[in-house]
Write a protein that binds this ligand. Structure first.
Ligand SMILES: Cc1ncc(COP(=O)(O)O)c(C=O)c1O
Length: 423
């Protein structure tokens, strides 16, 4: 039987060597994705910065890739910031985001000298100003604007007042900007928006860009100089054939043309544009390998293939019915006509359906299943439900494969438990 190869690696051998469940991350794929983003956007927009959204997948190896690639990094918590700083990412290349920042996190961000803090609401402005004052540092900020554009795949809606916990409603941006202008320790230099994820067409971004530029123009009337606009992330990837392809080159071209056209129409100097993709950079770079544990055929109902991982290493299907493609890695040469419909289930004590109704080569216990495109929002969303360990991660690069994160041990699982004095 022939095996499924991922970036030159025999995945069955990887499973044998490192055990399963196993996250496999290809650094070559990550570098290629960053390279294609740079080529597309740098060719269409003069002043562009790519900033990787660390929430998609962040550990110390990933931080090193970000640093090596010369791109920026978005973090949303003290933990992500700490990981980045420990890995040698220059604080100036870090943007600190999030709709909640504790006073301690704001202090950590300011003290470490992050490049920009993206402010999510008016209350944050005075809190940041006070903390910056106490530390004796000035902070550059962007205001996260809720532009009233919501996008998901190719559908998008434009509403006057989108119901969202993120960002400052359009109608309140003026007030927030004025507050920032008056705050002694804050420099308001930019506006930010993020309109959704898995977006495949440029139209919602065009609308959002127009709204952002008009908002920047309005602020200019108030004497506020916006020189940077962050258009967020959200670029789609193809988890299955049902997902639309994302035309990166066409997308970047469209954004560049729109930017020049709108700036000229509004007589506004072309700002620096920042994009912050996460999934696009790491999603297709990862796969997860599982061993089949049981095959249960409920006659006339469904055939369940249970694997040794599941929602604790990939909660996306359970959270929002995310769909994945997969294959039997040790039976890669079985023709599709011989596939059978099965449901791949995880091992946790929940429905834990990893992939419902997928066609796979006939598998038996001990076979290896590769779930594809698991590089984004799987490891970063993993949990210890059922006291299951978060799996090991191996990174491949050229002909090398090394563990970049060991699996959790039983000791790790009880490591933070404290038995109270009365027990
Ligand atoms: C503010 C912000 N920027 C960037 C991203 C990255 O999105 P994606 O991974 O879809 O590119 C997110 C995702 O939630 C986000 O909230």
């Amino acid at each position: 039987m022939s095996h499924y190869f991922f970036e030159g690696f025999d995945t069955v051998k990887l499973a044998e060597q490192f055990g399963t469940p196993l996250y496999v991350m290809s650094m070559d794929r990550i570098l290629r994705a960053i390279g294609s983003l740079k080529t597309a956007f740098e060719g269409n927009i003069d002043d562009i910065k790519i900033s990787y959204a660390g929430k998609a997948f962040l550990n110390r190896a990933m931080c090193r890739i970000v640093k090596k690639s010369g791109i920026g990094l978005d973090v949303v918590s003290g933990g992500e910031l700490y990981t980045a700083l420990c890995s040698g990412v220059d604080p100036k290349d870090i943007t600190y985001h999030g709709n909640y920042k504790s006073p301690a996190e704001m202090r950590e961000a300011i003290e470490s000298g992050v490049g920009v803090i993206t402010v999510d609401g008016r209350e944050e402005i005075s809190a940041l100003d006070n903390i910056a004052d106490a530390i004796g540092k000035k902070v550059d900020i962007h205001l996260r604007v809720n532009p009233g554009v919501e996008a998901h795949t190719h559908e998008f809606i434009s509403t006057g007042k989108t119901d969202s916990k993120f960002g400052i409603p359009l109608g309140e941006v003026g007030k927030a900007a004025k507050m920032a202008k008056e705050a002694k320790n804050i420099n308001l230099i930019g506006l930010h928006c993020h309109i959704g994820s898995q977006i495949s067409l440029p139209d919602p971004y065009s609308l959002a860009l127009e709204i952002m530029l008009k908002t920047a123009c309005d602020l200019r009337e108030e004497g506020i100089n916006i020189t940077e606009i962050n258009m967020g992330g959200g670029f789609g990837i193809r988890y299955t054939e049902a997902d639309d392809p994302f035309d990166l080159e066409g997308f970047a071209k469209n954004m560049g043309e729109n930017l020049r056209r709108l700036c000229s129409k509004l007589n506004f100097p072309i700002p620096k544009i920042i994009i912050e993709p996460g999934r696009y950079i790491v999603g297709p770079a990862g796969i997860t390998l599982y061993t089949v544990g049981a095959v249960k055929n409920i006659e006339g109902v469904r055939k369940y293939v249970t694997v040794d991982g599941g929602m604790n290493d990939n909660p996306r299907p359970a959270l929002y019915d995310a769909r994945y493609s997969a294959l039997a890695a040790n039976k890669a040469d079985i023709p599709a006509e011989e596939y059978e419909k099965v449901t791949v289930s995880g091992r946790s004590c929940e429905a834990d359906t990893l992939i419902k109704d997928i066609y796979l080569a006939k598998v038996v216990p001990g076979d290896i299943i590769a779930v594809l495109d698991t590089g984004a929002y799987c490891y970063s969303m993993a949990s210890n439900y059922n006291r299951l360990a978060v799996p090991k991660m191996v990174m491949t690069y050229g002909d090398k494969a090394e563990v970049i994160e060991r699996e959790q041990t039983y000791e790790d699982l009880i490591g933070r438990d404290i038995i109270p004095s009365w027990l």
